[in-house]
Write a protein that binds this ligand. Structure first.
Ligand code: 9MR
Length: 346
């Protein structure tokens, strides 16, 4: 019938017009996110986050869209998760886990054994080796059990060495001796054999006494059948101290031991004020760091230690320094962000 043919033609024209209005011929496709670009290289690109930031909607929008992985900056640390002996509280960590799940992000668990951010009940008395071993085992196993199957990695032991490659004289080292590291790895593995177990530290970007100490330790742990599966290179750099030129070779020598490598806490601070020159150098450094990870097959991903200068830990710890992250305080991408995109092929 001519009438219905007319109607069909009319409605087709309306649809076409509506379609054209919604997607003009000149529209650019949505730029791919850092997460999507990294995934093409079979790596993740992530950002740490922290609970006080969860009231900032603009911040969360970028966190959930641009990054494919997250690490709770504080929520899984001992003082937060076991504030009283044997009393566990995973509320803060669960807030991060819920966000990560909703945004299809992988989560790195950080951290089970560290000399810092320990609860007072642990540090304000002395322990026999047997007592402390029981406390440590219970802490590790309870936390790992709680997040079992939901974290890809655990930073099981964090910052175990001094700059010269000697063991840090932490409560755990002083009371239990160096064997606490192997014990911690074994206890964690017993509960969640699928999470990759990491040792993690700063100032181990290049080859030197501290990274040498990790290299020897991991080699020995492997020889002893201890379940160590990753080396976390935090990557807290500062423009005034130079770029670690051998970061790729360093990653590779760990990969050659049979462990994976991750860049776990990358930020690149500078003396303030930030100038275009400093931001350009920072951009090159970010690009070079990511390039190193791309060049090493067993480097599984890069995490920035939060993504915006608005929430960086740097200014409070290094007065007069900052501007360390790829987005500025207004959540605007900096040259570093564009440099990272470019290296990832964006
Ligand atoms: O980002 C964390 C900051 O909010 C805390 O105040 C600080 C306390 O030590 O820890 C920061 O994160 C550290 C991480 O857990 C381990 N590597 C160094 C990080 C920066 O200090």
């Amino acid at each position: 019938m001519p009438v219905s043919r007319h109607l069909i033609a009319l409605s087709a024209a309306v649809c076409l017009a509506a379609g054209l209005a919604a997607a003009p011929a000149t529209a650019e496709p949505r730029p791919r996110t850092l997460a999507e670009l990294a995934k093409k290289h079979h790596k993740y690109f992530g950002s740490a986050t922290d609970n006080p930031e969860f009231t900032d909607a603009a911040y969360l929008k970028l966190l959930g869209s641009e990054f494919g992985q997250t690490t709770p900056g504080n929520a899984m640390k001992w003082e937060t998760t076991e504030p009283r002996r044997g009393v566990f509280d995973f509320t803060a960590a669960e807030e991060v886990m819920t966000f990560a799940k909703a945004h299809h992000q992988k989560v790195r668990g950080h951290t089970l054994v560290w000399h810092n951010q320990l609860p007072a009940w642990l540090t304000e008395r002395s322990w026999t080796a047997d007592e402390l071993r029981a406390v440590l085992k219970n802490h590790i196993q309870t936390e790992v059990r709680h997040f079992k199957g939901r974290v890809i990695h655990w930073d099981v032991v964090n910052e175990a060495f001094n700059e010269d490659g000697t063991y840090r004289e932490s409560l755990f080292y002083k009371t239990l001796g160096p064997g606490y590291i192997a014990d911690a790895l074994r206890w964690a593995h017993e509960i969640d054999p699928h999470a990759k177990l990491y040792l993690n530290d700063y100032n181990v970007d290049g080859i030197g006494p501290k990274s040498d100490a990790y290299h020897s330790l991991i080699k020995q742990l492997k020889a002893d059948g201890v379940p160590v599966e990753g080396f976390g290179i935090q990557g807290h750099l500062a423009l005034q101290y130079g770029f670690p030129a051998d970061v790729r070779q360093n990653m590779q020598r760990f990969a050659d031991l049979g462990v994976e490598v991750a860049v776990t806490e990358l930020d690149i601070r500078m003396p303030l004020p930030a100038t275009p020159e400093k931001l350009a150098t920072q951009a090159t450094w970010y690009a070079d760091y990511v390039k190193a990870c791309l060049a090493v097959e067993k480097c599984v991903g890069v995490t920035v230690w939060d993504y915006t200068d608005k929430y960086s830990w740097i200014p409070s710890v290094f007065p007069g320094e900052g501007a360390a992250l790829p987005y500025d305080e207004n959540l605007t991408p900096k040259p570093a962000y564009h440099a990272i995109r470019k290296v990832l092929g964006g």
